[in-house]
Design a protein around this ligand. Structure first.
Ligand SMILES: [Zn+2]
Length: 197
């Protein structure tokens, strides 16, 4: 991965990613120094995708087949259609509109089992330092849990900032990415469900 970084930028300083233009990006340069943006007054909480008044839910119409890594009766594991900067980025979705907090015990146990297995599988892969498991849920009505695998040995790519580095780092080559996803999906399917990569 570091060779790809140096090939893209000899001094290791990669281009600013598009997230710096997002409304939710909290930083801006003021008088030559980085500073938090001014916080505006609160408004009305907006509906998410798939909620009454929100945008139509594309996930209910089906996940893009090329993004699906693994699936079973209740869950769909996807990755982004574009290559990621971090070695592995996966999202585990419910098929229905459900949130963490809404699950019955059986469904909650399924989430725990799949998450535990996924982390174990990915952290056993060469070059992986740790897998971060994150749930935000401000966009879609389908519960979706993120799995961000950070590379081993990079002291700067730790904790929540690993997510920022996913947008900064050069993309993983597609053949490497597909091979890694195939290995993960195949191992996860040993416990159930179907590998799709
Ligand atoms: Zn939906």
């Amino acid at each position: 991965m570091y060779a790809r970084v140096l090939a893209a930028a000899a001094d290791g300083r990669l281009p600013t990613p598009s997230m710096s233009q997002w409304d939710v990006f909290p930083w801006e340069v003021v008088d030559g120094s980085l500073a938090p943006k001014a916080l505006t007054a609160p408004g009305i909480e907006q509906p998410r995708i798939g909620e009454p008044g929100g945008a139509p839910c594309g996930a209910c119409e089906g996940f893009a087949p090329e993004s699906v890594v693994w699936e079973d009766e209740h869950w769909v594991l996807t990755t982004s259609q574009e290559p990621t900067g971090l070695p592995v980025v996966l999202i585990l979705w419910t098929r229905e509109h459900l949130d963490v907090g809404d699950f019955d015990d059986e469904h909650a146990a399924e989430l725990g089992r799949i998450a535990n297995r996924l982390v174990r599988i990915i952290e056993a892969m060469p070059g992986i330092g740790r897998v971060h498991v994150n749930r935000w849920g401000d966009g879609s009505s389908h519960s979706h849990v993120w799995f961000f695998a950070r590379p081993a040995g990079f002291a700067q790519i730790k904790g929540s900032h690993a997510v920022d580095w996913d947008d900064i780092l050069p993309p993983v080559p597609d053949d490497v990415r597909r091979a890694d996803l195939h290995a993960i999906a195949t191992k996860l399917a040993n416990w159930g469900g179907t590998a799709r990569v």
